[in-house]
Design a protein around this ligand. Structure first.
Ligand SMILES: NC(=O)C1=CN([C@@H]2O[C@H](COP(=O)(O)OP(=O)(O)OC[C@H]3O[C@@H](n4cnc5c(N)ncnc54)[C@H](O)[C@@H]3O)[C@@H](O)[C@H]2O)C=CC1
Ligand SMILES: O=C(O)CCC(=O)C(=O)O
Length: 428
């Protein structure tokens, strides 16, 4: 999914190169870490309901597994590209490292639009993905999870296919499974809640009371929904939310300057995170162009949809009131826009720190599956908050001490940890 020529892989590599320069990373380690270690590209033939067979393209990219098995989601998206998945796999390595969990980075995708696939076709697609990748994934190799347009049901079909092929029960092969089927309580909430744990701490550093703040959000899928829920439960007010409307093939922004009722908005969205515009109108929302979410007079922007959304062009619309950007999505900011954020002195909580709650809870899911003993939701969320808060303060402190941009500070911590693992293993 590239926007107007922005290539996320070039973004990810440039971000890495800049920090490799800052920390004086060895040339060999640099060369090793600036690209994925394994890339799988395969075709998945699927019997469609109408009797025809359609062939889909699937990818799984493992960037690095020096600190533990590769870990990261699988996307279903019609415009997914191999370079986006490469970038996402790199960001997963840094994400697991910055929150200090013993996992590496990977990411996968199938080029498809699940809006146009029946349940049966989706199941056969999931099973086909595992049939192609099976020997190169697994609890000690590479563990997928849900991401854009994939969910717990998809994960369960994948786990089941893996278990059929390898003959046994392997709940650690995949995370984000439904609760009761090896899933962890709190995984659904984890990414969005993690975003707000880091926002809560960022507001502390600025001495701003969350109850006095307003926010605008891009996206209303898994990440955005739970971010909005926790933020409003802490007293913040969400003024605007934007989402993609598949029928109209465009995005809309839904605004209520007095604050949107998040539970009501959740009740009128579908499983893909699309808000019903007719019902939203009945609820008194103004309906604006999709790009308007970024132009609102709010204190906080929460990009929680896709990459490449904060470009120099859209940055120009950001209100002077904005104090914080928390990147719920992966890679929402282009390289040029990072310079603009720095110049405007907006506090940035960078993606691979901000949205690390999901993978952290996935790690907890694996730990619970290994024990075959499952924690209460309170226990999971408490551990999640501890991990996210500790990671946030480590990055914030380094940024302060070394006068670094928050994204660079997060990279310094993550790259140093991964480089150490690579060297200790004697790989480079
Ligand atoms: N689900 C997870 O646990 C994690 C997800 N992420 C990242 O967070 C982002 C969102 O992921 P999910 O919430 O899981 O996906 P999702 O598929 O549940 O929701 C995506 C949302 O983005 C909206 N959207 C798509 N294109 C848009 C556009 N042009 N303008 C406005 N809205 C648009 C969709 O309508 C939907 O509401 C992605 O970048 C993903 O990689 C990061 C960490 C973990
Ligand atoms: O839960 C996971 O393993 C991965 C989540 C993910 O894909 C991400 O953080 O971008």
């Amino acid at each position: 999914m590239t926007e107007k020529g922005y290539n996320p892989y070039i973004t990810a590599q440039t971000q890495f190169d800049n920090v490799a320069d800052i920390i004086g990373l060895d040339q060999s380690v640099r060369e090793f870490l600036r690209q994925p270690s394994h890339e799988y590209h395969f075709t998945i033939p699927v019997k469609m309901d109408d009797g025809t067979t359609k062939v889909f393209n699937g990818y799984r990219i493992q960037h690095n597994d020096a600190r533990g098995p590769a870990k990261g989601g699988i996307r279903f998206h019609p415009h997914e590209t191999i370079d986006t998945i490469r970038a996402l796999s790199m960001w997963m390595t840094w994400k697991c490292a910055v929150v200090d969990i013993p996992l590496g980075g990977g990411k996968g995708g199938i080029i498809c639009d699940p809006h146009n696939l029946s349940k049966g076709e989706q199941e056969r697609l999931c099973r086909g993905f595992v049939r192609q990748l099976g020997r190169n994934m697994g609890p000690v190799i590479d563990i997928p999870a849900p991401d854009v347009m994939t969910n717990g049901q998809h994960m369960l079909w994948m786990m089941d296919e893996y278990e059929v092929i390898f003959g046994g029960r392997y709940p650690g092969v995949i995370t984000g499974k439904p609760v009761g089927m090896g899933g962890s309580l709190g995984r659904t909430e984890a990414t969005g809640y993690g975003v707000i744990y880091t926002l809560r701490e960022a507001l502390k550093t600025l001495n701003v009371d969350i109850t006095s703040t307003t926010a605008s959000i891009q996206g209303f899928g898994n990440v955005a929904e739970y971010a909005a829920r926790l933020y409003t439960s802490m007293g913040g007010k969400v003024i605007a939310i934007s989402c993609w409307d598949q029928q109209d093939n465009k995005a809309y922004t839904f605004r209520n300057s007095n604050g949107l009722d998040i539970e009501q908005m959740v009740s009128i969205k579908d499983s893909f995170g699309t808000i019903d515009k007719y019902k939203a109108q009945e609820l008194g929302c103004e309906i604006l162009d999709g790009g308007e979410w970024i132009a609102q007079d709010v204190d906080i922007l929460l990009p929680c949809a896709l990459e490449n959304q904060i470009t120099p062009e859209t940055f120009a619309k950001i209100s002077q009131q904005v104090k914080i950007i928390c990147e719920g999505a992966n890679g929402p900011t282009t390289l040029e826009s990072d310079e603009l954020i720095k110049a405007r002195n907006i506090y940035l909580v960078p993606d691979f720190l901000c949205n690390a709650g999901g993978v952290t809870c996935s790690y907890f899911e694996q730990v619970q599956c290994n024990m075959n003993y499952f924690w209460t939701k309170e226990e999971v969320l408490e551990k999640l908050d501890d991990k996210m808060t500790a990671a946030f303060w480590a990055v914030h402190k380094l940024a302060q001490d070394k006068n670094l941009y928050m994204r660079d500070a997060a990279y310094v911590i993550a790259i140093n940890r991964v480089a150490k693992a690579v060297k200790l293993r004697g790989w480079v």
